[in-house]
Structure formats: structure tokens, C-alpha cells
Design a protein. Structure first.
Length: 377
């Protein structure tokens, strides 16, 4: 047998072995009601480290550079914007393991719709923003924010009302040494004034016999629309990075490699052509990838996560909006220097059925990440 044939045979054997291993070792999450797979589920290790995510089929994929075998046995926390958080002990990767999660109910204060012109949507809600670098939490912020979304002309703006900012000084110092101050992620969720139907015009929709319609781009499935079992709510899931591809970009001297850019949006309406930002109940935006500035460090894992939960919603007229527009902020990359809050808003999350912070992250907010100055008076 020639050396070339020998290499081909060895490669074939390795591929078969890996296929066999991953065919047996599979962790999958599904909806307890409709049994459909749950994508964009965050998997946290008991230490608080994000170690994996689920794909469009609900299958867990562990992050690059995570030595998963070294972590076993372990307890994981599965967290998703649309489902109740679940903690699961794992002793092995052997066999196919399927776990079910229960959909989370949404609590929004009733709004009285009067004869006022429906020109600008105002969404008041709770947000949280998390940035990780080299698998460690670098930055966390949460608070109450009010978004102003013109439905006819103009881009969304916002006003931070009460908010906290936490930083890990060690991770921040490492980031600054390796990356410099050039790369910044959104500090609040990104909003749009477009109707959902207009935003989906670039995709091909394929309906099936379930409550789910597939979204295709360039012939590849990139997301879907899911109607709840009771027919009252709609969820959009989309990954802006095409399957089996990576988005490479350059920002100044930094190279960014995006593996996943997932958006999830939940609405209290199902008629696609009539859904506007007013119908939004929650959203999730997550970017997973790596960044590189100096060749000696190579690509370093990086993640940005934003969540938003609507608490109240209303309309105002264009005239009212113009009277306060100068007080609002447009850039989602702006980072306040210190925390500003007059109420303990984080203690009210359970009242609105907002998922709590991942336990180990909550613990780090008091021991590892430092609160910037500006607490309650």
C-alpha cells in the first residue's frame, strides 16, 4: 500500500470514528409542548462560564477552546429568553440525551389605546448586556431603558433610566493589553422601526405541518418563524451567519471572525403583515466568535449578548417625540462611565417573569466584577 493510500485510509477511519462518537454523544433541547427543537440556548458551566450553545436543531455545540472532557462530571444551566431556566447534572456525554424546557409566560402591563396618533412606539423595559473575552466575563450591565421607535420616519433612539455597570478589572486589563480600545460591542439592544414582514422580504419562507415555518437564504436554512401552541404569539429566530460559514471583518487593526450572530424576537401577534415594534415582548441578540490584533496572541474567543424584556408599551405623537428627541441617545455603542439608579429594579424581575441571572454570574457581580460608582443614595 502506498503512503498516499495509507493516509487516505487513516483519514477515513478517523472520520468514521468521530462520526460514531458524535452520533452517540448528543445533547438536545426541545420544547415540552410542541416538541420542536430550541435554538440559541446558552449552556453555562457551574462556574458561570459559557461553554456551549444549541444550533437550529436544538443540539448543543461546545465552544472552541473549551476542554469539555476535563469538566466532567458537571452541572450545567440551560438559559433562554423564551423558556424557564433549567439546571441539569451531566455525568457523561455518552448516548443521546434529550431535555425538555417549558415556555416562559410574558407579563406586560395593560395599555389603554386612545385616539392619540400611533406615530411613535415607546417600549419601556428591562435590558441586560454581557461581554465575555477569552471565556471570562469582562463587562455586564442591566437596567431600565425606554426605546422610542418612529413608525414613519427616523431611526430608533433610547433613554437609560436606571442602570448598573460592572467590570472585571483583570479581564479588562488583559483585553486592553491584547486588543487596545478599538473594538466595541453594542451596550444596549439594537432596535428597528421596520415592519417584520418587510425585514423578511429577503428570505424564502417554507411552511410545514408544525407550528414552524423555515426561513431560507441562498437555499440554506438560516432561521424560522414559530407560532405558539395557543396561536397567540410568534417567535422569530435567525442566524445572520450562513450555515457552514464564517464572517470575517476588519476594524482598524483588529480581525473579527463571527461564527454566529443570532437574533430572537417574540411578539404578541401572529399576523405577519401587521406586526410592528409595538407587538414586541422580548428580544435576544448574541454574537459569538473571536478577535485578533497581534499575531502572537492569535484569535481569542469573544462574545456579546443583549436581552430586552418589555414591561410597558405605548404610543406618542410625532410632536411629542420631537419635544424630547434631543434628550435621547442614538448610538447603541455608547457606554456610560458609572452606574446610575434610584431603585432596586433588579429585585422586580420575578414579578414580570423575567429569567433571573445565571446563578454564578450573579455571584460574580459581588465578588469578581466590580460595580462602578453611583449606587443608591
Amino acid at each position: 500500500m502506498s503512503r498516499c493510500q495509507s493516509k487516505i485510509k487513516i483519514s477515513a477511519i478517523l472520520i468514521c470514528l468521530l462520526t460514531s462518537i458524535w452520533g452517540k454523544a448528543q445533547i438536545r433541547f426541545i420544547d415540552v409542548e410542541n416538541k420542536l427543537p430550541i435554538p440559541a440556548l446558552n449552556i453555562y458551566h457551574e462556574t458561570g462560564m459559557l461553554i456551549g450553545l444549541t444550533d437550529k436543531n436544538g443540539i448543543v455545540h461546545f465552544l472552541e477552546k473549551v476542554d469539555i472532557n476535563r469538566l466532567f462530571p458537571m452541572t450545567i444551566t440551560a438559559q433562554h429568553i423564551s423558556y424557564t431556566t433549567n439546571t441539569i447534572p451531566l455525568s457523561t456525554l455518552d448516548g443521546k440525551q434529550v431535555y425538555e424546557l417549558t415556555p416562559r409566560t410574558t407579563v406586560i402591563d395593560d395599555v389603554i389605546i386612545n385616539t392619540k396618533p400611533r406615530e411613535v412606539v415607546v417600549l419601556n423595559g428591562y435590558y441586560r448586556s454581557l461581554e465575555t473575552f477569552n471565556l471570562q466575563q469582562k463587562y455586564f450591565s442591566d437596567g431600565i431603558v425606554e426605546f422610542y421607535i418612529p413608525l414613519t420616519k427616523g431611526k430608533p433612539k433610547y433613554k437609560l433610566i436606571d442602570y448598573r455597570i460592572f467590570l472585571d478589572s483583570v479581564v479588562t486589563a488583559e483585553y486592553n493589553a491584547k486588543m487596545g480600545p478599538f473594538f466595541q460591542i453594542p451596550r444596549v439592544p439594537e432596535m428597528t422601526s421596520q415592519r417584520l414582514s418587510d425585514r423578511l422580504a429577503e428570505f424564502v419562507r417554507e411552511n410545514d405541518e408544525t407550528h414552524r415555518a423555515r426561513l431560507l437564504k441562498k437555499g440554506k436554512e438560516v432561521g424560522y418563524l414559530t407560532t405558539s401552541s395557543d396561536g397567540d404569539n410568534l417567535q422569530l429566530y435567525i442566524d445572520k451567519v450562513l450555515p457552514d460559514s464564517v464572517v470575517n471583518e476588519k476594524f482598524f487593526r483588529i480581525e473579527a471572525r463571527t461564527l454566529q450572530s443570532v437574533h430572537i424576537e417574540n411578539y404578541t401577534a401572529t399576523e405577519l403583515n401587521h406586526i410592528t415594534p409595538f407587538d414586541l415582548t422580548s428580544l435576544y441578540q448574541n454574537i459569538v466568535g473571536s478577535i485578533k490584533r497581534k499575531s502572537e496572541y492569535g484569535h481569542i474567543p469573544y462574545e456579546g449578548l443583549n436581552e430586552f424584556y418589555v414591561l410597558e408599551r405605548r404610543y406618542i405623537s410625532s410632536e411629542e417625540y420631537k419635544s424630547i428627541e434631543k434628550e435621547l441617545t442614538k448610538s447603541i455603542y455608547k457606554t456610560p462611565e458609572r452606574s446610575v439608579y434610584t431603585s432596586r429594579f433588579w429585585e422586580d424581575l420575578e414579578k414580570y417573569n423575567i429569567p433571573p441571572l445565571q446563578p454564578s454570574l450573579a455571584e460574580k457581580l459581588t465578588h469578581r466584577l466590580q460595580l462602578t460608582e453611583g449606587p443608591l443614595d
